[in-house]
Ligand binder design. Structure first.
Ligand code: SF4
Ligand SMILES: [Zn+2]
Ligand SMILES: [Zn+2]
Length: 311
């Protein structure tokens, strides 16, 4: 069924075909409804937005900018991490900077090179580790630490329904249910002042919807992917889910919707798990030292230098 006489640009999972204007309205309303439904953003916030220069994060920034214009007590600041991936992140950060300039939003960029001693490309030359494992640990670490320093009340990320679906399945396949308890539109299990609350306003938007929104609204005109993504477990799960979705439309929604039904019980089950603090940097850790400090130690050993204290 078509929305009006205009040419449709997308067919939704339920079969409805929407033109550019009706799709844009549908998509933005969906994000605003997600924010209300899961109580993601309060009336007054110093909201950080994690941007990478990709379609998800710039779409998120564009919509949150509209929200902030209507609610001036919601202040936005962008934050980006430069992992040091040549030919990829250098380019996407230029896109991010240009977009932030256009919206007049300040962008703070932090790099692995400055914070951890070397760019990711070099880390992968001295350590035998999967790129996304070390990259993800360092990114989460820096985002939390810098969000605290910048005084963010919350940090919004561009994770969409496909990302969440992949995480749920990865945790199932790896018997990692404790990690699943941390998922959801509001990340984490308990409120903890050492963790800046992460929120996912695009939680119910599919990758296809986000991509369409970004392109038809001229947010992004090119698409570059990290050269390391193909080596990740996530990419295999992504391809499997895409195959399934093509054969059985609605699979991804079903996975996330059924997960949302059990999520409160999961969070309840793990709510008493103890949080330790890293003896080196004082950031939250599951053991005596946080994973970021453990990797910095390994990097320094690999370089034959003493441990850098991350303050
Ligand atoms: S795909 Fe992996 S290596 Fe590339 S930016 Fe993402 S987490 Fe880092
Ligand atoms: Zn229409
Ligand atoms: Zn640490």
């Amino acid at each position: 069924m078509n929305c009006c006489n205009e040419k449709p640009i997308i067919e939704l999972t339920a079969g409805e075909k929407l033109c550019k204007q009706h799709f844009t309205e549908y998509f933005e309303n969906k994000v605003f409804k997600t924010i209300t439904k899961f109580d993601l953003i309060g009336k007054e916030e110093n909201l950080g937005v994690a941007v990478s220069g990709g379609k998800d994060s710039l779409t998120l920034l564009n919509i949150l900018n509209k929200l902030s214009k209507q609610n001036p007590k919601i202040k936005l600041t962008a934050i980006a991490i430069n992992e040091g991936i040549e030919g990829y992140r250098d380019k996407s950060l230029i896109t991010a900077q240009n977009f932030c300039d256009k919206l007049n939003i300040k962008l703070n960029i932090y790099s692995y090179e400055k914070e951890f001693g070397m760019p990711l490309d070099n880390m992968l030359k001295v350590l035998d580790v999967k790129p996304c494992t070390i990259c993800g640990i360092f990114r989460r670490y820096l985002l939390n630490k810098k969000s605290k320093e910048l005084g963010f009340t919350k940090l919004a990320t561009g994770h969409n329904l496909d990302d969440e679906c992949q995480s749920i399945m990865m945790n199932q396949f790896k018997n990692n249910i404790h990690s699943s308890a941390r998922l959801g539109p509001k990340v984490g299990i308990n409120e903890n002042k050492n963790f800046v609350q992460r929120i996912k306003p695009l939680y119910l938007c599919t990758e296809k919807e986000v991509t369409t929104y970004a392109f038809v609204n001229n947010i992004l005109d090119n698409f570059i992917e990290c050269p390391n993504i193909g080596k990740s477990y996530r990419a295999q799960i992504r391809d499997m889910l895409n195959d399934f979705e093509a054969k059985f439309p609605g699979t991804k929604y079903s996975i996330v919707n059924s997960f949302l039904q059990i999520l409160p019980d999961l969070k309840q089950r793990f709510k008493d798990a103890e949080v330790n603090y890293c003896s080196n940097c004082n950031e939250p850790a599951s053991k005596d030292k946080c994973n970021a400090c453990k990797y910095v130690e390994k990097l320094n050993k690999a370089k034959n230098k003493p441990l850098i204290k991350i303050k």
